[in-house]
Design a protein around this ligand. Structure first.
Ligand code: 8YV
Length: 302
């Protein structure tokens, strides 16, 4: 979290940091009196940890992903789980578009070609592809999916989507299944929330349906794509490329990704701007403050 946010935490609470080595004895001694946990969307809090904290009343997630917290288990122990909705939508969608353009226009390859002196030595970057006129399939039309779709339209792309539940308030074409969506898309933008139901929802059959010219963008969670299938599809040319901000085992991602062709990789940066991280931190602080004031936090999700 931003130093500005941490300062407020330290001002208003007794804070222990899980990953601060020197703080471990104090943390261990405080376990039974810890009443709140602030954590990242990608880190969450395991049930094992929840069981170690008998006084816990709130898990304030600094993010929107709830896949790393067992919401029902937390509720069964009367623990509120809160997130930071709304404030990160635009930045995550922006990063998705940046990844899409980076793959289409070969930004990573071009940067390496220039830096390594290969351009000066006469090597040419192969031509890229224009987004204009291409079809974008948005998998998961929540807030981030919608923001992605609106941006893609501004690049002259036509939008279609798949969503778990039927939506009546959008003009875009809906598809019955992720494979149907992929078959009708040039770029598959994965924005779906991670859950048991969406694990590996992008599998080998979806990648096959996307096809040899197709590109996958993932700003959701690594778990929603079958990484074995994705690595195989990138290597064999079953799809043309991928732009990935999220992976199954972050930060120790599958080493095969280091050498997959036509792939742009980011270290989970969707919401990582100064502006958005301040706004997220303020929501974490507001959720904690409301809880400790004895009221209901504004962004409870369980
Ligand atoms: C953050 C996220 O990277 O919102 C989420 O679920 O994964 C991201 O916004 C993370 O939560 C930062 O702590």
């Amino acid at each position: 979290m931003m130093p500005l946010v941490m300062e407020e935490l330290y001002r208003d609470y007794t804070v222990h940091r899980l990953y601060e080595p020197g703080d471990q004895p104090a943390l261990d001694a405080a376990l039974s009196s810890i009443r709140a946990v602030a954590t990242g969307g990608g880190s969450g809090l395991s049930n094992g940890w929840i069981e170690k904290l008998p006084s816990l009343g709130i898990i304030a997630i600094n993010g929107v992903g709830t896949d790393k917290v067992d919401l029902a288990f937390a509720r069964s122990r009367n623990i509120d789980v809160t997130t930071t909705p709304g404030v990160l939508t635009d930045d995550v969608a922006d990063l998705g578009i940046a990844l899409m353009l980076a793959v289409l226009r070969r930004l990573g390859e071009g940067d390496r070609l220039v830096r390594e002196g290969r351009w000066a030595a006469g090597e040419q970057l192969p031509l890229g592809h224009s987004p204009k006129g291409k079809r974008i399939g948005v998998l998961g039309l929540g807030q981030i999916g919608r923001a992605f779709a609106l941006r893609a339209e501004a690049f002259g792309m036509s939008v279609r989507y798949w969503n778990r539940s039927r939506l009546t308030d959008v003009k875009w074409v809906a598809h019955e299944s992720p494979a149907d969506l992929a078959r009708d898309s040039d770029v598959l933008a994965v924005c779906v929330a991670a859950s048991a139901a969406t694990q590996n929802i992008v599998d080998a059959s979806v990648l096959e349906a996307l096809g040899r010219q197709g590109i996958v963008i993932n700003v959701a969670r690594g778990s929603v794509i079958d990484e074995d299938a994705l690595i195989a599809a990138l290597r064999s040319g079953t799809i043309a490329g991928a732009g990935l901000d999220v992976f199954v085992n972050e930060p120790k991602i599958r080493s095969e990704f280091y050498s997959t062709p036509n792939t742009v990789l980011m270290p989970h940066q969707g919401s990582a701007t100064v502006e958005t991280r301040i706004a997220m931190g303020q929501l974490v602080l507001a959720n904690l403050a409301a809880h400790f004031a004895g009221g209901k936090s504004p962004n409870i999700v369980n």
